[in-house]
Design a protein around this ligand. Structure first.
Ligand SMILES: N[C@@H](CCC(=O)N[C@@H](CS)C(=O)NCC(=O)O)C(=O)O
Length: 221
């Protein structure tokens, strides 16, 4: 049975990171759209799959998994021998450690600020709430400060976990791709190394095939 990905109908946000990972690993999947606008993620049926009431979730022959980063790691390991390698091999202990270090940086230094910019800049409007401009501006300042270090790192290596594209780059797509629609251009304007890296990862064929931002009902690769 084809793998099911429960996610936002346009495959944006954390759904996008999982969809991109599936595409990079050449795993056929069907997107099961969950309309957050009508609280489809808070129904008893959906909560039975994901008790926190959030997308994405995958169902692979009855194996249910949620949390986008956990899903991506699972797919990268299970389908290690096909598509793009997305994590260093298990026996590359130092490579794995550096990969985990970079993955932790995404959660510790990028995610919260990017999420806040998204939420204030567009998420609240979708819920009929008012943007708090001061909170949005503070998050932009914080992210800008963090990106100073990204700029240095990306001046020394091609991608965030080293010279190979990896899941860590994909993790940044979830809310990184929502910064611009939320009014923040930092990924383009902060510095040449970040701009080069961001252009590289957002122009990968895996993303293009997902028809970014338009509803995808199913994707057979
Ligand atoms: N840590 C979770 C976060 C998932 C998440 O934030 N999902 C959003 C969509 S991008 C969602 O379902 N929001 C609705 C809600 O939280 O009620 C993951 O990475 O999967």
């Amino acid at each position: 049975m084809v793998l099911k990905l429960y996610g936002t109908p346009e495959a944006v946000g954390t759904t996008l990171a999982v969809a991109m990972t599936l595409a990079e690993k050449q795993i056929p999947f069907k997107l099961v759209p969950v309309d957050l606008q009508v609280d489809a993620h808070k129904t008893p049926e959906f909560l039975a799959l994901q008790p926190w009431g959030q997308v994405p979730v995958i169902d692979e022959d009855g194996f249910i998994l949620f949390e986008s980063r956990a899903i991506c790691r699972y797919l990268a390991q299970k389908y290690e021998s096909q598509g793009t390698p997305l994590m260093p091999a298990v026996d590359d202990v130092e490579g794995r450690a550096l990969f985990e270090q970079a993955a932790a940086v995404e959660i510790s230094h990028f995610h919260l600020h990017a999420w806040t910019i998204y939420f204030e800049g567009m998420g609240k409007a979708r819920k009929g709430l008012e943007k708090d401009q001061a909170v949005w501006e503070r998050a932009v300042e914080e992210l800008s400060r963090k990106l100073d270090v990204y700029e240095e790192i990306l001046g020394k290596q091609k991608y965030l976990a080293g010279d190979e594209f990896s899941l860590v780059d994909i993790f940044h797509i979830s809310f990184g791709a929502l910064l611009r629609p939320a009014g923040c251009d930092l990924m383009k304007t902060k510095g040449p190394n970040i701009a080069r890296w961001w252009k590289d990862i957002t122009s990968r064929p895996s993303l293009k095939n997902l028809r970014l931002g338009r509803p995808i009902i199913s994707t057979a690769l």
